[in-house]
Design a protein around this ligand. Structure first.
Ligand SMILES: [Zn+2]
Length: 674
């Protein structure tokens, strides 16, 4: 399921991009990126990245800026060139080029957007206004779902976690306006500040939508009360990391029983799922609470809540006043961003979202060299062998579990660059009528695509990320690792670089993704992607003890003032970073076979660790530190450098780390997992 898939990416998606175009880095180990006045054994992050951090302050439009943002920015300009070429020409109706051009151009036409005002969302408001009873409320909810507006709960189709050959429908908790339940429920000062700002934001948005001040105030308290009640019934991020806890298979009768106040047969019919069969309810208690809310809350209050869902879902595509208020809260207040990204970047992002593989196909043709794919396949092959060798040698694991682990490793599917089969966009209608109309068309096109997959065999050729995205993922239900074309560039991948830097950068990323199959979450899936226990009880206990060491280490890192990192939430990512480093280091030693020749004064092993650290060169705003510590399963860049390296004696040898140094941990305190 997409929200779970997002848990396992190497980075959270990079929403914001820099304002100036920087060529991607070509010099591999650059002294200008480093601060050699810092001792590597006291602070390896500042030693490796201190120069970079000084040279690249955070642009106003960002809340965080790292070395991979430079690559993402460069990629964004590559896509800009592709789109600019298309958007300025005339095209035959129905072609992909016409769709890209019209989508982008309607988004850029602010004169028309201002003149249209709320007209494009008026039909949605009218649907709400015509609601007479609770049955009508659910009819509108169903229709909104088909338009990608999700009041109350979320819906998606994905691989059945316990029958990984088949796709099923999932119902998930949802309906909130802020990013997570904790935003409503925590009562520390920062949370209270955000809660107050959110209610002011709601009030302003209602006023902008035509409600008078007094009405906006009332509406705000209605919506906030309802969202807070949904938040209270929601599972925490940490609880949702346990896949068994969010797997509840049931049929229509089952859901009718846990939330009898809602007519589920009618709902599924209205969204176009005539025969849902068995589906998965991730949070049954949440659905029960929704049922109760349906009974207890008045039709008028539901209408207010639905109106808010329309506004919040579409505010980015409305006139400037809406866009700006949206930025005030989600940008400034939540992440500390100082300025909005330029309009072309935002519109390009939406176009990219609507026609991602169509643009991806063009991107690959223009920018992805065939040699990159070949070199990657070699790297992946060597990394796979190394992880296998390491599994064989694990002292803490029994032979029975080792052979299961090896089988799972052998079964991992590898996808590099771009999909073999591209998505067909011929049924997507894009016109020049309005930006919002195009956004809703694209969402509906996507919804129909998802729903058509329910109860069908899994399409294993499908990709969850387009080729133009700087990212990579492991997907446990498919047991596959996937590397889009855009990540195969510096600082991740150096086509002309030596082995040491490539193993330290993209090699660790590959090892990281492979290790996700064996982290605290991924290890619960077997070789064909089913949620099934293949561990002996003793091995499972040993594994948990070992991962606990790593979780505790991270929970002891201070990230800001008295705030500590969340070692439990980020455990899977930290296991994958440490595993990735170990596996890539082992693979490199084989390739080097004793060749210790230095380049620019650094040994191959030093270059390996410097290239790794450089991936996480990063500046970040305080508000963003607080937000990510709560929301993000990935550790902050600095901790991704310091945390895993402290557990590696190979790193100690490369940089002469000794007892008493800050980078040093006693052998008994180190985590040894994969
Ligand atoms: Zn990851």
């Amino acid at each position: 399921m997409s929200n779970l898939i997002r848990f396992i990416l190497i980075f959270s998606l990079m929403g914001s991009m820099a304002c100036k175009q920087e060529a991607p880095k070509t010099k591999v180990i650059d002294l200008a990126d480093m601060d050699t006045s810092v001792n590597p054994s006291s602070d390896f992050d500042n030693y490796a990245n201190g120069g970079w951090k000084k040279r690249f302050p955070i642009p106003d439009e960002k809340s965080r800026f790292g070395s991979f943002d430079l690559l993402a920015d460069a990629g964004e300009f590559q896509v800009k060139n592709l789109i600019a070429d298309i958007a300025t020409k005339k095209h035959d109706g129905g072609t992909v080029a016409q769709k890209i051009a019209d989508f982008y151009n309607t988004g850029m036409d602010t004169v028309k957007i201002e003149a249209q005002g709320l007209t494009p969302v008026q039909p949605l408001f009218e649907q709400i206004n015509s609601i007479q009873n609770k049955g009508d409320v659910m009819k509108v909810v169903a229709d909104f779902h088909t338009k990608g507006i999700y009041p109350m709960f979320s819906f998606l189709s994905d691989v059945d976690q316990k029958n990984s050959d088949m796709m099923v429908a999932y119902l998930l908790q949802g309906g909130l306006g802020m990013p997570d339940r904790d935003y409503y429920l925590k009562d520390d000062d920062r949370s209270k500040e955000i809660q107050a700002a959110y209610q002011i934001f709601l009030q302003k948005m209602f006023v902008l939508s035509g409600t008078d001040e007094a009405g906006a105030k009332t509406n705000t308290s209605v919506v906030y009360r309802m969202e807070k009640r949904m938040a209270s019934a929601s599972m925490t991020k940490l609880e949702q990391r346990d896949p068994q806890k969010i797997y509840h298979k049931m049929n229509l009768g089952g859901i009718q029983k846990i939330a009898p106040e809602i007519d589920w047969t009618a709902h599924f019919q209205l969204i176009g799922l005539q025969n849902p069969g068995d589906f998965i309810v991730c949070q049954p208690e949440f659905m029960t609470e929704l049922g109760k809310m349906m009974n207890e809350i008045s039709v008028d209050d539901w209408k207010i809540y639905l109106k808010w869902k329309v506004i919040s879902s579409l505010s980015s595509y409305l006139p400037g006043t809406f866009v700006n208020e949206n930025f005030e809260f989600f940008g400034k207040t939540l992440t500390g961003q100082k300025a909005q990204r330029p309009r072309w970047k935002r519109v390009q992002g939406s176009t990219n979202g609507a026609l991602s593989e169509a643009i991806g196909q063009m991107y690959v043709e223009k920018y992805f060299p065939a040699e990159a794919k070949k070199r990657m396949l070699d790297l992946v092959g060597n990394l796979r062998i190394s992880l296998g060798d390491r599994i064989k040698q694990l002292a803490w694991m029994s032979d029975a579990t080792k052979s299961k682990a090896q089988e799972k490793l052998d079964a991992i599917t590898v996808k590099i660059g771009y999909p073999d089969k591209w998505r067909d966009y011929s049924a997507l209608e894009v016109s020049t009528s309005s930006f919002i109309a195009n956004v809703l068309q694209a969402r509906n096109f996507d919804f129909k695509f998802r729903i058509s997959k329910v109860n069908q065999p899994v399409d294993r050729t499908e990709w969850m990320m387009p080729p133009q995205m700087v990212n990579a993922y492991y997907e446990p239900t498919r047991n596959e690792i996937v590397f889009p074309a855009a990540i195969l560039q510096p600082p991740f991948f150096y086509l002309e670089g030596d082995d040491a830097v490539n193993y330290g950068a993209i090699g660790v990323v590959i090892g990281h993704e492979m290790t996700h199959g064996f982290d605290d979450h991924g290890c619960q899936y077997d070789k064909v992607g089913n949620l099934a226990d293949w561990w002996t009880a003793d091995d499972s206990k040993m594994f948990k003890e070992r991962t606990k060491v790593l979780a505790n280490q991270f929970s002891n890192f201070t990230v800001l003032d008295s705030l500590k990192a969340n070692g439990e939430l980020s455990l899977g990512e930290n296991i994958a970073d440490l595993g990735g480093l170990n596996v890539a280091y082992t693979a490199l030693q084989k390739v080097l076979s004793g060749n210790e020749k230095s380049i620019d004064g650094f040994t191959p092993n030093q270059r390996f660790f410097l290239a790794y650290a450089h991936l996480w060169a990063q500046n970040i705003r305080d508000k963003e530190i607080v937000r990510r510590t709560k929301d993000d399963v990935h550790s902050l860049g600095r901790l991704r450098v310091l945390g895993p390296l402290k557990n590696m004696p190979e790193f100690y040898s490369a940089f002469n780390v000794k007892e008493g140094d800050s980078m040093f941990l006693n052998e008994a305190d180190r985590a040894v997992i994969w």
